[in-house]
Design a protein. Structure first.
Lengths: 128, 128
DNA sequence: ATAAGGGTTCCAGTCACTGGAAGGTCAAGG
DNA sequence: CCTTGACCTTCCAGTGACTGGAACCCTTAT
């Protein structure tokens, strides 16, 4: 498989796949003229990475997850702990964003949104 | 006011305040030896910026908001529209994170988290 | 004189890509 | 055989919003 084919199959941009090779997440073979040649195992790894990234895992976490995936002697507790920690960061981000959302909603609700300059949104941002 | 004093008063790191000067958000005066001298208006601007950033507005949006704040002839509709658009991005991010959270919760729930290698989390990431 | 505790600039790094330039390779068509 | 176009390659720079650190300057107190 060429990089274009595997990009189509995984849905990852070719640039991203090259980047993943750069940082050592994958090691595709090369043909005589230097083109990357992807095996089925590379495809699985990239699909795995794509899904882990889609769940918001950092590249560092993805590296750990891939290592656990390839370790026949792993303990599922290690995977679970990593996922649990990640879940907590995601929940923290949601809480932050929800607080922003609520404030924004209030402010927007209180603003007339007409041609006059008077604006509670700016008033709030400028409050002492 | 020195940068340290205004950093204390606004809660912004001195580094951030220098950065805001770099990108032209503020223009503090300088004393004879090159130290920044912050006036009360600088303090207000920085406090404004701090609150806008805390609501998640981008630096670009903050620049627009500051300009609107200083424009006596603004229309509150312009402020409201900006806030509305930002609210929508925030809501989009929340939706993404909530989808991640729900999947993560399911996966974590289904994983024994013991010393055995069998792990539904990895199984899901590796699914075809 | 010196030490502490400010301040200054400038450069590099973060994260995970993304864009673009300059050039090599390959298959198909004329 | 030559060209065209679609691929592929590497390398460098930029993104956003800071953050860390080095090297150096200024002021005040001892």
């Amino acid at each position: 498989m060429t990089i274009g084919e595997i990009a189509d199959r995984t849905g990852l941009p070719a640039k991203t796949i090259r980047y993943y090779e750069d940082i050592g997440l994958i090691r595709p073979a090369r043909d005589s003229s230097g083109y990357r040649v992807f095996a089925e195992t590379d495809f699985h790894k990239l699909a795995f990475l794509g899904r882990a990234r889609a769940l918001g895992f950092s590249i560092g976490d993805c590296r750990t997850l891939l290592a656990l995936y390839e370790d026949e002697n792993r303990a599922s507790a290690d995977v679970k702990r990593l996922a649990q920690q990640h879940l907590e960061t995601v929940e923290g981000k949601i809480a932050l964003l929800e607080a922003m959302r609520d404030t924004l909603r209030d402010l927007i609700h209180s603003c007339a949104g007409d041609s006059r300059p008077d604006c509670p949104i700016l008033k709030d941002l400028a409050k002492d």
